[in-house]
Design a binder for this molecule. Sequence first.
Ligand SMILES: Cc1cc2nc3c(=O)[nH]c(=O)nc-3n(C[C@H](O)[C@H](O)[C@H](O)COP(=O)(O)OP(=O)(O)OC[C@H]3O[C@@H](n4cnc5c(N)ncnc54)[C@H](O)[C@@H]3O)c2cc1C
Ligand code: SF4
Length: 511
Amino acid sequence: MSGGMNGAVRIFADYTGDVHERADVVVVGSGPGGAVVAHGLAAAGHDVILVEEGPPFTPDDFELDGARSMARTLREGGLRATRGYMLSTMQAIALGGGSLVNSAICVRSPQETLDGWCSDFALERTTRADLDPHYDAVEKFLGIEPTPDDVQGDRNLLFRDGCNALGYSSEPIARNVRGCRGSGECFTGCRARAKQSMDISYVPAAIAAGARVLTSVQVQQVTTAGRRATGVAGQVARPFTGELSHRVRIEAKVVVLAAGCMATPVLLQRSGGLANASGQAGENLQFHPGVAIMGVFPERTHPEFGATQGYQSLQFIPEGFKLETLWAPPGVFAVRLPGIGTELKQRLAEIPYCAVWDAIASCNRSLGRVRARRRGMDPALHWRFDPQDVQILKRALQVLAELLFAAGARKILPGVGRLPEEMHSLDEAEALRRHDLRADDLTCGGNHAFSSTRMHGDPHRGVVGEDGRCHDLDNLYVADTGILPRSPAVNPMLTCMALAHRVAAGIAERI
Ligand SMILES: Cc1cc2nc3c(=O)[nH]c(=O)nc-3n(C[C@H](O)[C@H](O)[C@H](O)COP(=O)(O)OP(=O)(O)OC[C@H]3O[C@@H](n4cnc5c(N)ncnc54)[C@H](O)[C@@H]3O)c2cc1C
Ligand code: SF4
């Protein structure tokens, strides 16, 4: 690991004593939300400090071993889960936040979804037409383009073929990459540096515009005086162990929290219950629970080649789910493979013949909450899976099974409790339709998380307004996925960045 960027990024080894800095703006968190704000304000000529708890990673730091990579790049070693319903959920701890480990999928929220936000959350300027200029700016900056066929690989193109056979729409996924080589390694970090994660895109651009970046600093509190935030306080945190040392104090005219929708509510609670006159800070936590089915094909699919997630179908958005292709290190998938001994060995031997496709669901009835634990900054998460939302995934599983057989799979592994481990035909897959599917039959992950500090036009019903400013304070802003009022219907990163772009423009006008 190294500081890089000509030493403009302070790393753990640079801290030899307590730190006391001043800036116009301090931004907490360098993920898609924070990096966009830091760049926007630095480019507008403001003195910006960007603070990040995780370290910077270079290609030499990436580990191809999935478990080891998770232990280094993800909070709680990638094993974080909600209580109430056991939904696994991953948040990164790294310069660049989730963009370092994500699949770079960038999709604009549909107009109907944003219209629904406006009418249900008293928002006046968050229609698709309002956000389009911000989407445009982010897409242009990051070079977001549909994935070309030459890096799709068989497991992505088979998805297209299955959709064509059934008459469903499908499209190559637009991603923030430049020169992708189709290595399928997005989850463990892009060694080709093709993925335009924040640490190699918006953060260096912010630095070029004069921003200072402090990594390995855990912010623990927002300091205030009356209705004004005066800065942040925290401590230096050793990478990978979290051991805390020197004190850090940053005074600023404006404070922007972009620590992610799990960490920002904890920060507000640790700061004396800040920005919570509405009682909504830490409430309304939502996810896109996802399910995946593995199909095994007669011919080799060479799944190690191809964009990690290269194809999608938006056909079923009106029914509440989106379909995608998926890839991860085989060791990560193997956790889901049934059987032991010879049986497991046979299944592992089938991986070169497989394709894995997933569905993510908008579950607007399934709500949770984020609370600070008794000690430390990790959140205690509670989330309940509404039975009606479970039925969205039931339908999604049927469609995935149908698609895999339409694309030529000879069998599928649905991974659903109380059903056979393998199905060999559409007739056998009928069991998915007949099943009285319950939440605990599903092994779900939810890496898209949002709404814990939601935007609402009514200060009694939300934490921030449309400009990202906390209703209760004059100069405290939130710019992570927590401000999405509910599901964006598609992958959240691009909408988070578009909203952050707007937050930065609003702050630049006010200071
Ligand atoms: C494996 C995976 C794949 C995904 N794939 C996609 C995808 O392809 N497309 C998509 O749209 N979405 C995807 N997502 C979701 C997407 O990555 C997140 O929605 C996005 O990163 C959220 O951005 P954010 O700025 O809100 O928060 P984050 O990206 O979580 O960034 C928050 C940052 O704040 C830092 N931080 C937290 N607390 C503190 C503190 N106290 N002090 C200092 N710093 C702190 C964190 O370390 C982190 O770097 C994926 C997520 C995962 C985990
Ligand atoms: S598929 Fe490979 S080369 Fe392409 S962006 Fe992901 S990690 Fe980088």
